[in-house]
Design a protein around this ligand. Sequence first.
Ligand SMILES: [Ca+2]
Length: 484
Amino acid sequence: MRPPRIVAALVLGLAVGLLGGDARAQVPSGTFASIPTYSSSGQAAVVFGGGSVDQLKTAARGANAGGVWAQDRIGAFELLVIDAPAFLEEAFRARFPSGLATSTAVTLIRANSAIPPTTTPPPPAGAAPRPVALEATSERTWQRPVEMGPYPIVAGNSTYFVLEQDGAVWAVEGGVPSRILDISDRISRASEEEGLLSMAVDPDFGRNRHVWIYYAAANPRRTVLARFTRNASDLTIDRNSELVVLEVPQPFGNHKGGAIRFGGDGMLYLGLGDGGSSGDPQGNGQSVGTLLGKIIRIDVRGATTAQRYTVPADNPFVGQSGARGEIWAYGLRNPWRMAFDPVGGALWAGDVGQGAVEEVDIVQRGANYGWSVVEGGSCYKPASGCDRTGLTSPVLTYDHAGGRCSITGGYVYRGTKVPEIAGAYIYGDLCSGEIWAVRADSPGTPVRIASGPKSLTSFGIDPAGELYVLAIGQPIRRLVSPAQ
Ligand SMILES: [Ca+2]
């Protein structure tokens, strides 16, 4: 999510050497303002002159662009995004069944900064993840850090944000933290699991300066999804810019789930817990009439007080009587942290168990992850002989042996500095602090890659796709290769 001018410069810089020929026309820099819609920045390349889809794809691969495609139109230009979810490739093929006309101008975009440039060799096929080391980023400790992500404000600088559950957002620039928003007066911390829970930078932040924030509030007890706007002159976020787009009544104080993530499709995905208490007393997990216990998918582009969001027409329950159209997937208990894999676009979630089984899910359209019929792979209601018809199984589960208690979902690692975990999904346990990895392309048996800090609340990611671990009262630590 670089400023548009940076993206344009990259685009023009990389245009040479791709396809070549007659097509290196001048591209107005403004043309690229929408590029961050698809990505958190990254390298880009331009191809002009058209050709068949396969020809272009071959050219893209020749430029180490790899992956799959999406398409959109920016002004007069066709924009092709690669390394976007496969269904967007299908949409592209549907729109251009016989490829592109030779006169069509085409832009190829490498979709996500978390994709390694080319410097890290991929792991050998079938290689298991290997242990990593943890390295404190600074001496500073954080009270209850729950989220960390890129805060793209200064070109070329690795600025990131950190959320404190008590209601403050910090920007860390060149290692120095500054508070950029404090909404502690707006949030509720009445329960251990309430507070400021998630923030996502708008895909079009470079143009609109929007961030999206999810928090718990009181009177009445609810969770809130809201948009805020960064001030134009500095890093701070305008406290008075809040536009509430969604409020969900919450019956109890726990299970607030709560990760906001934007997909490669430009939609906002939000994970909601089952409403809380214990054992899902309201049956929310299996009810498609409530947003509780769900991953929802909404379109917040152009949100206003009159129309706060729209429901995408291709959501699975659109038009179904008694169902909420916002639902993307259901049967979750408390999806504590989820993230898209920038390569291929799969959405990985850690779903916290009741008292026995933690699970990792790949969230798919319309899928039912089973709570509270099952907890992980085990029957929950009833305790035996439950009906598993139509349920989607977790990618993996683990039990509470060894002091484990609650999963903290992480990210698929697509950074460049830690080959030990290249292409692996990383997650941990809140109580034991253990960190595990499985290959994203063939999960298999998890490998414990680190004994991390206890009270492991979350994982973070920086603009380069490097991973960090967050824990109560601890410094933020980076996952690094062990010393040789
Ligand atoms: Ca489940």
